[in-house]
Design a protein around this ligand. Structure first.
Ligand code: NAD
Length: 505
């Protein structure tokens, strides 16, 4: 029997102590049990968090770069030291396996480490004698309070794509995590306090659309970084830009992996299974469509099916589990509905995940669905057209590279893609021609390292800048150019009235 806990907001360096008018269930997806209730913020709580961030900004924007960097280094050490308990928190609410949760923490820490280089990243330019006796230089300064709205699938890593750079650059932050797995954000807030971050620089409000919508229109929120599904990303981009904010809104995906006939088929089959079923397919960079250039379709389907049969599906906390449950019962039911829909549309259900055995450690009341493989899928079928966001991999067969490329480029999403081949010329052509923001060559999940930027194209990203890397620094700062002249000590500086527009000499 589990004890239900209360998860509440973190405002101005401490847990909120009020009484919540609304709250939501948080589940352990591996047992189906409700383990906690999370407070859901209305506009008043959002306003309190933004006010805390605004008050803290008045001080934090003046903190020296050296001081900010010291806090970031301390935060990095603390997250690293507490990674096991943080991972356990993620597993308990999201359901992914423990090693995968550790992986998301490690990839989030990469961005913290990149942000530790903020002294270098904020360096401006300087031009001496741009005009006679005149120097010009540039600065980058913080924006103010910024909002980070994140999805359920990476409760630690996705917020960490944004807030380390935002804070390093001198901004203050309000994070609105997914209400499905809210605890990781609170754990990170406590670590920031331990690292010495002043109260109010990092705040967490829990909630749903009502909290997000208040952040989008709040006059003191200067920028919004959003990650989630495409319809909500579009709404966030439209609403927040209408309210005069900077916005980067990362949306959904349908990632294609193109396998040419010369590819190493065992490598490709391994990659398809890892990228298709890791985290139960609940990754924005998951491979959900495998495009097989004939004649390799039959061979690939056989090798993938053989690997699926050996996968251990069970609770994320059990060391032998390779794939955990889906995040909620409703999501599991939605994903499962695609199995019948695919069959009705004429696709071949090569592996039915409903029949996959669960590990002995699994509680049958958990939100399970085993790995599923569809063959002979075509555009127009819902299994192809929709982002399913579960352990369902579709194989589409094409006759040529050109047909495969055209399929990928016609897709409305453009988050990630991968090509498997031994042909360097084909790989070079692919990276040049494919209309997708992140490309893997014999790499199935090409999430860029922290010093490059993360972002898709088309319906996978709304806005002008990608997450983290140099784009992240630009997003969280605004440029200022200073033109300066000091009177000559000799007193010979040019003086006098001249109403003409200044030019250079
Ligand atoms: P979601 O869009 O349902 O929710 C994302 C966030 O928006 C949550 O914090 C949620 O509370 C909030 N939200 C939900 N509905 C809203 C509404 N109507 N108005 C305002 N806010 C709202 O997404 P999810 O189910 O939590 O996450 C899965 C989705 O996220 C998938 O589509 C996945 O592809 C996408 N994703 C994309 C990336 C990327 O980098 N492009 C990364 C991770 C996840």
């Amino acid at each position: 029997m589990t004890t239900e806990q209360r998860i509440t907001h973190w405002i101005a360096g401490r847990p909120w102590t009020g009484t919540a008018p609304r709250s939501g269930d948080v589940h352990d997806p591996a047992t189906g049990a409700v383990t906690a209730r999370v407070d859901l913020a209305g506009p008043d709580i959002v306003d309190a968090a933004v006010a805390a961030a605004r008050d803290a900004f008045a001080q934090w924007r003046h903190a020296s770069v050296a001081r900010r960097t010291a806090v970031l280094f301390a935060f990095r050490e603390l997250v690293h030291a507490r990674r096991e308990e943080l991972a356990a928190t993620i597993v308990a609410e999201h359901g992914k396996v423990h090693s995968d949760a550790l992986g998301e923490i490690a990839r989030g820490l990469e961005v913290v480490e990149f942000a530790c280089g903020i002294p270098h990243l904020l360096r401006g330019g300087y031009t001496e004698q741009a005009s006679t006796g005149v120097d010009v230089y540039s600065l980058r300064q913080p924006l103010g309070p910024v909002a980070v709205v994140s999805p359920f699938n990476f409760p630690a890593m996705v917020p960490m794509w944004f807030f380390p750079l935002a804070i390093a650059a001198g901004n203050t932050v309000v994070v609105k995590p997914s209400e499905k797995d809210p605890s990781a954000a609170n754990a990170l807030a406590a670590l920031w306090r331990e690292a010495g971050l002043p109260d109010g620089v990092f705040n967490v409000v829990h909630g749903d659309a009502a909290a997000v919508d208040r952040l989008l229109e709040h006059p003191d929120v200067k920028a919004v970084s959003f990650v989630g599904s495409t319809p909500v990303a579009r709404h966030v981009h439209e609403t927040a830009t209408r309210h005069g904010k900077r916005v980067q809104a990362l949306g959904g995906a349908k990632n294609h992996m193109l396998v040419l006939p010369d590819a190493d088929l065992d490598l490709a089959a391994d990659a398809a299974v890892n990228a298709g079923y890791g985290a139960a397919g609940e990754r924005c960079m998951a491979v959900s469509v495998l495009v097989a250039v004939e004649p390799v379709g039959d061979e690939l389907v056989a090798r993938i099916a053989e690997r699926i049969a050996r996968l251990t599906v069970g609770p994320g906390s059990a060391p032998e589990s390779q794939m955990g449950p889906l995040v909620t019962g409703a999501h599991r039911d939605r994903v499962t509905s695609y199995l019948d829909a695919g069959v009705a549309a004429g696709a071949e259900l090569a592996v039915d995940g409903r029949k996959h055995p669960l590990s002995p450690a699994a509680d049958t009341a958990g939100f399970w669905l085993g790995p599923t493989l569809f063959d002979h899928v075509r555009p127009g079928m819902s299994v192809y057209d929709d982002e399913i966001f579960g352990p369902v991999l579709s194989v589409v067969r094409v006759r040529s590279y050109d047909e495969g490329l055209a399929l990928i480029n016609a897709n409305p999403y453009g988050n990630g893609t991968a090509l498997f081949t031994h042909d360097g010329g084909a790989a070079r052509r692919f990276q040049h021609e494919v209309e997708v923001g992140m490309v893997g060559i014999n790499v199935p999940i090409p999430v860029p390292v922290a010093y490059y930027s993360f972002g898709g194209w088309k319906s996978s990203l709304f806005g002008d800048t990608h997450a983290y890397g140099e784009d992240g620094v630009r997003f969280f700062t605004r440029g200022k150019a200073v033109t300066q002249r000091w009177p000559e000590p000799s007193g010979t500086s040019r003086r006098g009235i001249d109403l003409g527009f200044p030019t250079h000499d």
